[in-house]
Design a protein around this ligand. Structure first.
Ligand SMILES: [Zn+2]
Length: 226
């Protein structure tokens, strides 16, 4: 509960693989479909937030809404900025939201050293691999970018592993490698990276079920062969 607001956190599990998939944005569903297909054939665990509000999670108190981006809740700095984007911040909201972030982290259980795969979808041209190039919006977050002219720029990977970056670039996927010291946005990637864990974003355009399924398959076999 975030005050009066109920958030469901669904956990799907199937034996066969220890990979953990995380879907933080409730309005991004192609990635969930693709992850379910992956689980059906290889196993793994999928953690999915559900609340019906769209991208942002909402704290609801006395009929008022205090939204924040669940992919900014993994540090106080990110959370403050995200809450302040919509409303004035109160200590109660910060406590509630960071408590919620801890519960999600407990479900992910990243200390086990298992790769954490964040799955996302985007709208055409809104967020692309090109945004990780130097001078662009997420330029400071990346130290290397491989663009694949034969693929849709909306379909890309982002990882903190040099080995995975090179392997995915070798398969000619769009992929960016996280900076050595990326800015603290309070993302799940920041959090896992600070723990020293392996982190991968698999992002595809809404409706790109075939593309995203293939991306997960390629990633899965790279991790298996490793
Ligand atoms: Zn997302």
């Amino acid at each position: 509960m975030l005050a009066d607001e109920k958030i469901w956190v669904h956990v799907y599990e199937r034996p066969g693989s220890e990979l953990v998939f995380v879907n933080l944005h409730d309005n991004e569903n192609t990635c969930v479909e693709a992850a379910m297909l992956f689980l059906a054939s290889h196993g793994g665990r999928l953690i999915e937030l559900r609340h019906g509000r769209g991208r942002e999670v909402v704290i609801r108190r006395a009929g008022r809404m205090y939204p924040f981006d669940p992919n900014r809740m993994f540090s106080i700095k990110g959370l403050r900025k995200s809450l302040a984007h919509f409303n004035d911040i109160s200590d109660d909201d910060l406590d509630l939201a960071s408590g919620f972030a801890s519960e999600v982290i407990d479900l992910i259980a990243p200390t086990k050293g298992i790769p954490v795969i964040a799955i996302h979808n985007n709208s055409p041209g809104k967020l692309t691999i090109r945004d990780f190039m130097p001078g662009e919006w997420y330029g400071p977050d990346a130290q290397a970018v491989h663009t694949a002219p034969n693929r849709d720029p909306d379909d890309f990977f982002f990882t903190n592993s040099t080995w995975l970056y090179e392997s995915l670039a070798g398969l000619d996927h769009n992929v960016a490698l996280m900076a050595e010291r990326p800015p603290d946005h309070g993302t799940l990637g920041n959090y896992i990276n600070n723990l020293g864990g392996l982190y991968i974003i698999v992002e595809a355009e809404h409706g790109h079920i075939q593309e995203q399924t293939l991306m997960l398959e390629d990633l899965g076999s790279l991790l298996r062969n490793r």
